[in-house]
Design a protein around this ligand. Structure first.
Ligand code: GAR
Length: 189
């Protein structure tokens, strides 16, 4: 099966997923999509010889452009890896239960609009949580709200936000690609 990855940050998760796909042959990364011309993921896509598509907010709100591209690349499953815009209804409907997101905390806590990256880890520390981790979930029309398919937590007792981020990023790298492989396997049954 083919996946399309939406990413707008440094792209460490996207690169890790690309490398896992190449190594295991359990799925193929058909393309990368980003709204950020400065995203590190563009360099990763270029280095890995994966086509990428840079789009604007207007492109994103008009179904034809994004869907046409995903169809052209024959994408079966959409993966969000550090993508921050709300997924519009047309995309959720075109890929029902086939869009996955990773969130850098234990949902349902610390999710929602504006909760991304460092803001999440700061909220975790502010709330004096003793554990944090990752949540991988299906995507619906609301931020961080779809069915959870995987969570992994660790003690973060006494850590500051930077230290929590390191723990969470390690968990992301360890688990996201394998969870994607497993998810795709269940679709193929
Ligand atoms: C990751 O930590 C991901 O969980 C987070 O953005 C980072 C992207 O890093 N996503 C969110 O906060 C979504 N709400 P990357 O660009 O290095 O993969």
């Amino acid at each position: 099966m083919k996946v399309g990855i939406f990413a707008s940050g440094s792209g460490s998760n996207a690169l890790n997923i690309i490398q896992h796909a190449k190594k295991t042959n359990t799925f193929e990364v058909a393309c990368i999509l980003t709204n950020n011309p400065k995203a590190g993921v563009i360099q990763h896509a270029t280095n890995e010889e994966i086509p990428f598509f840079l789009f604007s907010k207007t492109d994103f709100t008009s179904p034809l452009i994004i869907l046409e591209y995903l169809q052209k690349q024959k994408v079966d499953v959409v993966i969000l890896a550090g993508f921050l815009w709300l997924i519009p209804t047309y995309l959720v409907q075109a890929f029902p239960n086939r869009i996955l997101n990773i969130h850098p905390a234990l949902l349902p806590k610390h999710g929602g609009k504006g909760m991304y990256g460092h803001f999440v880890h700061e909220a975790v520390v502010r709330d004096q949580d003793t554990e944090s981790g990752i949540t991988i979930h299906l995507v619906n029309e609301h931020y961080d709200d779809g069915a959870i398919i995987f969570q992994k937590s660790e003690s973060i007792f006494g850590m500051n936000a930077n230290e929590v981020e390191l723990v969470v990023r390690r968990l992301e790298i360890e688990h996201y690609p394998q969870v994607i492989s497993n998810f795709i396997q269940t679709l193929q049954k």
